[in-house]
Design a protein around this ligand. Structure first.
Ligand SMILES: [Ca+2]
Ligand SMILES: [Ca+2]
Ligand SMILES: [Ca+2]
Length: 330
């Protein structure tokens, strides 16, 4: 009988240590219309009296995309990085005699959908003070209300309003993880009228995603022989690759032990010397809570294992510990 020789090595893996916000689309509409936008009948148009409205660095300027009511404007994004939330920001111009909630000519609802699901639907009213506007802008959103900013008018029913809808939390961090996103914008309802009577526009359109960053990997503990290393960065929803090198001659099997603590295993304190099992000089470095003997592939060498990490955002920040071990005769 040959006594198996155990040899250990060790890696500390930290998954998804950070969440970063990444801008995946932005336009100020001052150049050519981005190909991601399908405008319908909407046109790039000078912003007239809207110029300069908005917070510093996020103001109406030069051109915006102006649409008649009843026309759908679409934004299609693809190849989004891994993420679990998406945020939309834009400046919204409510132009001329939009009529709010009610019967024709009222019934002017601005609707925004994400992948076909409504995320916003509110009426806007400019024509008279007595009209009903369902949208109650949160603090910091309204930039101008029922003043002359150009287009039809001035005066009469043709006053205008402006909003920084990116400051409305309804558009922030919407749960989303697909690699594509479709936003659609339209003013719909029974109050649709012609372009010279009422219209809307958007400027400074931006989409951000909360990107799940890669975790980090670091060595821990000491080995009595083999060397475990990470061959990829640990990332939620992807396969984490590990390799085991420098195994003893004649090694017949390679395994991985994964745990969630490097401090204790039941009543034992880690690292736990394994001399009592005959594995002179070797120590157990983690609590084996996930698995003590995950089989690694040995052909071809080095021994390796691809560990699928679930695509579950709740795993962000999870710390786990991996230790490789080899079985060799003698
Ligand atoms: Ca602009
Ligand atoms: Ca006007
Ligand atoms: Ca109307």
């Amino acid at each position: 009988m040959h006594r198996p020789a155990l040899a250990f090595l060790s890696v500390l893996a930290l998954t998804g240590a950070s969440i970063a916000q990444v801008t995946v689309f932005t336009t100020d509409f001052d150049g050519a219309l981005p190909t991601a936008i399908t405008p319908g009948t909407a046109l790039l148009t000078g912003v007239q009296g809207y110029a300069g409205l908005g917070a510093t660095g996020n103001q109406f300027g030069t051109n915006f995309l102006r649409s008649e009511t009843g026309n759908l404007v679409r934004l299609d994004l693809a190849n989004l990085p891994a993420h679990n939330a998406i945020s939309l920001a834009f400046l919204f111009a409510a132009i001329d005699s939009l009529d709010g909630t009610g019967s024709y000519p009222a019934g002017d609802f601005f609707k925004v959908t994400l992948d076909g699901v409504p995320i916003f639907r509110e009426s806007f009213a400019n024509a008279t003070a007595s009209q009903i506007q369902s949208y109650a802008p949160p603090s910091g959103v309204q930039l101008a209300r029922r003043i002359d900013l150009g287009f039809s008018g001035p005066g009469s029913y043709y006053t205008d309003s402006a909003y920084d809808l990116g400051a409305d939390p309804v558009f922030a961090q919407i749960p989303h993880s697909a690699s594509t996103a479709r936003f659609e914008f339209v003013i719909e309802g029974q109050g649709i009228q012609s372009l010279n009577d009422e219209s809307w526009a958007m400027d400074r359109l931006r989409v951000d995603v909360d990107s799940l960053g890669s975790g980090s990997v670091g060595a821990y503990g000491t080995s009595c022989g083999p060397v475990l290393s990470a061959a990829s960065a640990p990332r939620i929803g992807q396969t984490f690759a590990l390799t085991l090198d420098n195994e003893p001659p004649g090694t017949v099997a390679s395994n991985l032990a994964i745990g969630f603590s490097d401090q204790t295993l039941g009543a034992f304190t880690l690292p736990l010397p394994l001399d009592f099992l005959g594995f002179t000089g070797c120590v157990l470095l983690n609590d084996l809570a996930f698995d003590g003997a995950l089989s690694m592939v040995r052909v071809p060498l080095p021994a390796r294992l691809g560990l699928p990490l679930p695509g579950d955002p709740s795993l962000v920040g999870l710390v786990f510990f991996a230790q490789g071990w080899s079985i060799a005769p003698g």
